[in-house]
Design a protein around this ligand. Sequence first.
Ligand SMILES: Nc1ncnc2c1ncn2[C@@H]1O[C@H](COP(=O)(O)OP(=O)(O)OP(=O)(O)O)[C@@H](O)[C@H]1O
Ligand SMILES: [Mg+2]
Length: 258
Amino acid sequence: MPVAGIDIGSLSTEVVILKKEEMLAQVIIPTGANSKLAAEKAMKEALEKSGLSFNELGYIVATGYGRVSVPFANKKVTEISCHGKGAFFLHPGVRTVIDIGGQDSKVIRLSPQGKVIDFVMNEKCAAGTGRFLEVMAHALETDLEEMSRPSAPSVKTANISSMCTVFAESEVVSLVAEGHPREEIIKGIIYSVVERTISLARRVGVEEELMMTGGVAKNIALREALEKSLGIKITVPDEPQAVGALGAALLAAEEAVK
Ligand SMILES: Nc1ncnc2c1ncn2[C@@H]1O[C@H](COP(=O)(O)OP(=O)(O)OP(=O)(O)O)[C@@H](O)[C@H]1O
Ligand SMILES: [Mg+2]
């Protein structure tokens, strides 16, 4: 019987529909201002893609900060469990997962059996998250594409000392006014997120294989800088943003046979 997982994040909403571990549909849409509407829209699109009707779904698990606003979910599960589950399913060698989304960044440690053994989350602060990168892109009048482009090793790293998004944004504006090259400023911004992520990861320790999930895993410059700083290769799945929804769907499949 097909099942679904839905992840309503602060910025994006994903639905994954599975039938016996085969992915029938995967949808990613912006969450926007109304998470309930986003959940309904993403589910509708996923059902259309899979050629199923809602009544054919055997079980639905919701996750993400907006999971409370999914009236049609049978069960609500934390993102930690779902990202852990999804990452381990894709690569059973994974022992550490770094999920950086729009407003949260988390580091999850998994046992060789795929159970969550420890995790840490950033405090209620945008520093070190996708939102931080978006605010900085806006301050530089650029987009995420430029922010994701790796720079040459010869490019200097501008110093961004503040860990607070609001202060860091003023620093970026000052650096632009002082005539610092954009590449150097972007490298400084990336470095600031890397530093933040590493200090979070140190609290639980990093064991290989390390997988990155969440939208920020699509930022190649950040991924490469993080790999370099940690001295560890990072695995990135084909669709890092949908790993939470995949984990939710896998949990739904387990519930459906109970
Ligand atoms: N194509 C892309 N290139 C670079 N960065 C990207 C890309 N797509 C998304 N991102 C980054 O991913 C972030 C959003 O990640 P994601 O969709 O995982 O967040 P979310 O799950 O909604 O948030 P949260 O889990 O914190 O509630 C954006 O802020 C942006 O920085
Ligand atoms: Mg998320």
